[in-house]
Design a protein around this ligand. Structure first.
Ligand code: LLP
Length: 414
């Protein structure tokens, strides 16, 4: 469910025509619907209401301050992977005791910052990282709460670049080393062992791999119990997929039911780290057709958004639905929708049946709320585009378009 819909052939976000925003803000821009975001978060939260739980939104999916603040107000915590994300999450009003810190390469500086902020827990991914955390705990003279991220070796059946729970992936500790790791950690006074964590991949469209993972975690929990190691949290990571094209991902209800039925006899608080399923379909990228070009081979629509604005098609050949902002009944003709960047990989869609469209026409690239702006760059010295939030019939620019001057920020001629 999302609040992008046609009214009399014109695309609206909630109660405001997308074209009206485009006229004021100019293209390209990201557009988020606050009602969709709120709805997605509440549905997710409610699905888990039968068990103590905490939803730690994966900040990497969309790290805009207003987006994070909206989620904070709904009760969300955060899953962070860098000092920058910690900074953003705290600035957005997410309480430190709802922040978990994942990632294989936390630096000493980042560990200190998160420890000083007193976050809920570090998801530790190697023994070397455990040592680094121990050192900082001793140095700061404070106990640090940790959980281990284990690699349950389950196949998430997703794009190889976003699959993380296989033995060959760099993430987490192998299950075979986990027990020993917990024993080592439990012998250290400066550490509080509070949880166990895993994250098996992203854009999963089946619940089975999640269930597999949680079963393996339960098996480990029993072994830890035998050694007198008791935990408070089970963090199952994120990864629930969304519909981009014709996928039928499980509904949050079904996903929650499958997970909760595995842990119904346990009193641990369940942490979930969704990113895409909260924001993915709450955002679009609005772009304008700069030129149309028909060659012997192909039709091209050259638009003002590019792979630096939305990297997913170029990076993963990801599919994003593309809708004309003003619907037409013109017949469909396959076209490549490409950006101005000097790379053949700079496409937003290929061989996509599109109606005949004119120069100046607006297109909406759908499902762009997750890993859209957050993965954008300045490649080709293109200023990053604004982010706009809609609430009912109002909108606000929540991140300004970058200026040329900002492109040079921090640079000098030597
Ligand atoms: N927790 C951890 C530890 C993660 O690494 C991730 C995503 C998440 C949670 C959130 O996963 P989600 O619920 O959003 O699937 N750039 C790629 C996705 C990379 C995901 C990385 N980790 C894309 O555009 O598809």
């Amino acid at each position: 469910m999302n609040h992008f819909h046609y009214k009399d052939k014109e695309l609206y976000c909630e109660n405001i025509p997308v074209k009206e925003i485009a006229n004021k803000v100019k293209t390209p821009f990201y557009l988020y619907s606050s009602a969709t975001l709120t709805h997605h978060f509440n549905v997710f939260d409610k699905a888990f209401s039968g068990h103590p739980h905490l939803i730690c939104f994966a900040v990497k999916a969309n790290s805009n301050l207003t987006v994070l603040n909206l989620l904070a107000e709904l009760g969300a915590g955060a899953d962070i992977v860098s000092g920058g994300e910690l900074y953003r999450a705290l600035k957005a009003g997410i309480p430190a005791d709802k922040i978990v810190y994942s990632g294989v390469g936390k630096t000493k500086k980042e560990i200190r910052e998160a420890a000083k902020a007193d976050i809920l827990m570090f998801n530790v991914e190697s023994m070397a990282e455990l040592d680094a955390i121990s050192r900082q705990a001793r140095c700061l003279k404070r106990r640090i709460r940790i959980s281990f991220r284990v690699n349950p070796d389950v196949n998430a059946n997703t794009h190889p670049y976003i699959s993380t729970g296989l033995k060959k992936n760099k993430f987490g500790l192998p299950m075979s080393q986990a027990l020993e790791a917990y024993k080592v950690a439990s012998s250290r006074d400066e550490l509080d062992i509070v949880g166990i964590d895993c994250h098996i991949g992203s854009q999963l469209i089946q619940v089975e791999p999640f269930v597999d993972a949680i079963r393996r975690i339960k098996f480990l929990l029993r072994k830890l119990d035998d050694f007198g190691i008791k935990l408070n949290f089970i963090d199952i990571g994120g990864g629930l997929g969304i519909k981009y094209q014709d996928e039928i991902p499980p509904k949050p209800d079904a996903y929650a039911k499958a997970l909760l039925s595995e842990i119904k006899d346990l009193s641990h608080c369940l942490i979930i780290e969704p990113g895409r399923s909260i924001v993915g379909n709450a955002g679009i990228l609005v772009t304008k057709i700069l030129y149309t070009k028909d060659t012997e081979e192909k039709r091209f629509y050259i638009v003002d958004a590019a792979m630096n604005d939305l990297a997913r098609p170029a990076l993963y050949e990801a599919y994003h639905e593309i809708l004309p902002v003003i619907k037409t009944d013109a017949h469909l003709h396959p076209a490549d929708i490409v950006g101005p960047i000097c790379e053949t990989g700079d496409f937003l869609a290929r061989e996509r049946p599109m109606p005949d469209l004119n120069q100046g026409g607006l297109l909406a690239i759908m499902s762009a709320g997750a890993y859209g702006f957050s993965m954008s760059s300045n490649y080709n010295s293109r200023p990053r585009v604004p982010e706009v939030m809609v609430k009912d019939d109002h909108f606000k620019v929540i991140r300004k378009r970058e200026t040329y001057a900002r492109l040079l920020l921090g640079e000098t001629i030597w």
